[in-house]
Design a protein around this ligand. Structure first.
Ligand SMILES: O=C(O)CCC(=O)C(=O)O
Length: 262
């Protein structure tokens, strides 16, 4: 039987590696509701990256973000006195979707500096056959701000954005040079398990090589203590909020504080 690690171990792993597996974050009730909500959304037939910010509209996603214990979980893992909500996103890699989601870091796509956490919640069993996420261990701590890029439907590289912006550096070819990096994945996630990972960690997702097994992931992005609002360039515009002052804590306005330690 796998033992659930204590909170200190979880915090240390997250701080050291930039990612940690959390067992059974969802109750059965939320799992059923979120699966249905994802299916309703995906039935609209949009593109892979388009299913985002559902939590801004009333419904299951908003209910989950605002009324479950997820904000508290985030605060605990990050050792933060508060959590605010940035946005949510569905990643449904359906059977036969062989494309690898390219290596990237998330944070350069958002108007924020400082500590950010994604909770990527598995709604199906996830393993290397149907699209496990891969991480470069510890890369969140490198301080490398990689140039954002445009992708195709499924996350394959198309071209760089902000090409003349000296704030960014080009990303090494992690795929070609895998042996040079400490790349790892969690071999098995159960429905309801979550990966908590840092906004600066280098990661990708394998293709879904199965012909029958779905791989639905529900990712929610959160800010924690130390995160500040930094509206920078065109890439991050869709998350701008003029009610926040540049440099202010990333909390309030469009990004409600959903948990505060009492
Ligand atoms: O689930 C995937 O396919 C990709 C997830 C990802 O890259 C992310 O959540 O930042």
């Amino acid at each position: 039987m796998t033992q659930t690690p204590d909170l200190k171990t979880v915090q240390n792993t997250y701080a050291r590696d930039g990612v940690v597996l959390l067992k059974q974050v969802l109750s059965q009730d939320w799992l059923i509701k979120l699966r249905q909500a994802v299916d309703d959304e995906v039935a609209k037939g949009d593109r892979y990256f388009a299913y985002k910010n559902m939590r801004e509209n009333p419904g299951v996603f908003q209910d989950y973000c605002l009324s479950s214990d997820i904000g508290q979980r985030v605060a605990e893992v990050a050792n933060s006195p508060w959590t605010s909500l940035i946005y949510d996103q569905i990643f449904a890699k359906e059977p036969g979707t062989k494309t690898q989601t390219g290596w990237h870091t998330d944070q350069p796509y958002w108007p924020v500096s400082g500590p950010i956490m994604t909770m990527w919640i598995a709604l199906d069993p996830v393993d290397p056959d149907n699209g496990a996420l891969e991480f470069v261990r510890g890369s969140h701590a490198w301080g490398a701000k990689y140039r954002p890029f445009k992708t195709d439907q499924l996350g394959g590289f198309l071209h760089y954005l902000e090409v003349d912006n000296p704030d960014y550096i080009d990303m090494p070819d992690f795929e070609m040079n895998r042996a040079d990096y400490d790349i790892f994945h969690y071999p098995k996630m159960k429905p309801g398990d979550a990966l908590a990972f840092d906004g600066m960690i280098v990661h990708s997702a394998m293709g879904n090589r199965t012909s029958t097994r779905r791989r639905r992931g529900y990712a929610i992005r959160f800010a924690v203590d130390g995160a500040t609002y930094e509206p920078r360039d065109t890439v991050t515009e869709w998350l701008h909020d003029n009610s926040l002052r540049p440099g202010a804590p990333f909390a309030g306005g469009r990004f409600p504080v959903i948990y505060r330690a009492s």
